[in-house]
Write a protein that binds this ligand. Structure first.
Ligand code: DP6
Length: 398
């Protein structure tokens, strides 16, 4: 939109976080961010977790600038530069008419970018996926670009390409050297499996773990197990897609857990080893398996990314009970912050029978809080001008 009375264009968009159920780990091309295997994720709802980005363009701006969560960052970051360059390249290519009067947004205009997350960085969620997806989507809107954009988002952060769509999304690894076929594709929209719920168990951690970009580089260099993964993933992708299409939670959950475990086994097989799971993560894994085996079916499934937090997939009818079980075994700090955030959960009682078959000592404050959410849509553009992160002068409002 054109800001009234000024020569400035401004667009605000939001984009979601995604959590992989078949993991991406390892690149065959670092520059273009081309992966060694395909991956598949679930897009989380933006009511609970999202990035919001405002981009503005004006003749009056002297240089491209970016502010992240209130702080100015270096615009010369290579991945940021790639996204800006690629969007401008695409805009040039798709520009049809030669209309160049001064009321038209020019590709020579500099941009100001301001991005915020509505979730704490401390939650350890990969904010780069939502962040880059949001940036690319907002820049595209600014230039009036439609269509396939995941190829550009991928060059910001690999997993960001999957945040360009809602629902269930696969990132096809592609075969071409230029990366033009390494793109994301929606398998099913969020409406396909509305009962699917997601619980993020934020684990108390002392240390900031090694980042995924550096971690996967070392794995590619040193882990023999990672080579084996590229033989396994194609079959897993097919099985996972079928399970999703049939809403088969048993298969979906089992594959999710197996793939998370294989990813972390690969990390341990890296030299020197990368250890993302901590004792609390391992207790969550045991709790999930004891809970499922008590009922003789897969009711909940865990997955872990490059950190100790557990992401739990569960169908609606089992959410209340499982949250109660988590509370029982990881009793929250009294007077601590609110334990349950996001979608409401009902209080229920846990049977003695279930408790006796779980057989685990409780660990006080092992889990800081739970974010309860569900599957959601892809990036959105925001019409409400009060939500712009940049003011009419083109600088952050705060
Ligand atoms: C463990 O996408 O953050 O979350 O491409 O280097 O930016 P870069 O890495 P990134 O890696 C995500 C790794 C993961 C698994 C996944 O999301 O598939």
């Amino acid at each position: 939109m054109m800001v009234e009375g000024s020569r400035m264009w401004m667009v605000t968009c939001t984009a979601p976080v995604n959590i992989a159920v078949i993991k991406y780990w390892g690149k065959r091309n670092e520059e273009l961010i081309l992966p060694i295997n395909s991956s598949l994720s679930v897009t989380l709802h933006q009511d609970q977790l999202k990035s919001t980005t405002t981009v503005a363009a004006s003749q009056d701006f002297k240089e491209d600038r970016i502010w992240l969560n209130g702080k100015e960052e270096n615009i010369n970051h290579p991945r940021l530069q790639t996204c800006l360059r690629e969007i401008r390249r695409l805009a040039r290519k798709r520009r049809t008419s030669g209309d160049r009067n001064s009321n038209t947004l020019s590709l020579h205009h500099k941009v100001h970018i301001c991005s915020v997350n509505n979730f704490p960085t401390a939650a350890g969620l990969a904010s780069s996926a939502a962040g880059y997806a949001c940036l690319v989507y907002a820049l595209a809107k600014l230039h009036g670009l439609e269509g396939e954009l995941s190829e550009i988002a991928r060059q910001g952060s690999g997993s960001a390409c999957r945040s360009m769509y809602g629902g269930f999304v696969q990132w096809m690894m592609g075969l071409k050297e230029d990366g033009s076929d390494s793109i994301a594709q929606q398998i099913e929209p969020e409406s396909h499996w509305p009962e699917l719920r997601v619980l993020i168990l934020v684990v108390s951690a002392e240390q900031k773990p090694i980042g995924s970009t550096a971690g996967m580089q070392t794995s590619v260099k040193t882990s023999p197990l990672l080579k084996y993964r590229s033989e396994i993933v194609p079959k897993r992708m097919k099985e996972m897609i079928d399970a999703i299409k049939q809403q088969d939670f048993e298969t979906f959950g089992q594959l999710t857990m197996k793939d998370s475990n294989q990813f972390h086994a690969t990390c341990l097989d890296t030299f020197p080893p990368i250890i993302y799971l901590n004792d609390i993560s391992k207790h969550v894994i045991n709790l999930v398996h004891s809970y499922n085996s008590h009922f003789g079916e897969t009711r909940v499934a865990y997955t872990f990314d490059a950190g100790p937090n557990a992401v739990i997939y569960v169908q609606e009818q089992h959410v209340d009970e499982f949250v109660e079980v988590v509370k029982h075994y990881f009793p929250p700090e009294e007077n601590g912050e609110q334990f349950l955030k996001g979608l409401p959960v009902n209080t229920v009682s846990v049977s003695e029978h279930l408790k006796s078959s779980i057989q685990m000592d409780s660990i006080k404050s092992g889990i800081q809080y739970i974010i309860s959410t569900r599957i959601g849509p892809g990036p959105q553009s925001i019409q409400d001008a009060t939500l712009h992160q940049l003011g009419e002068d083109g600088f952050p409002k705060l």
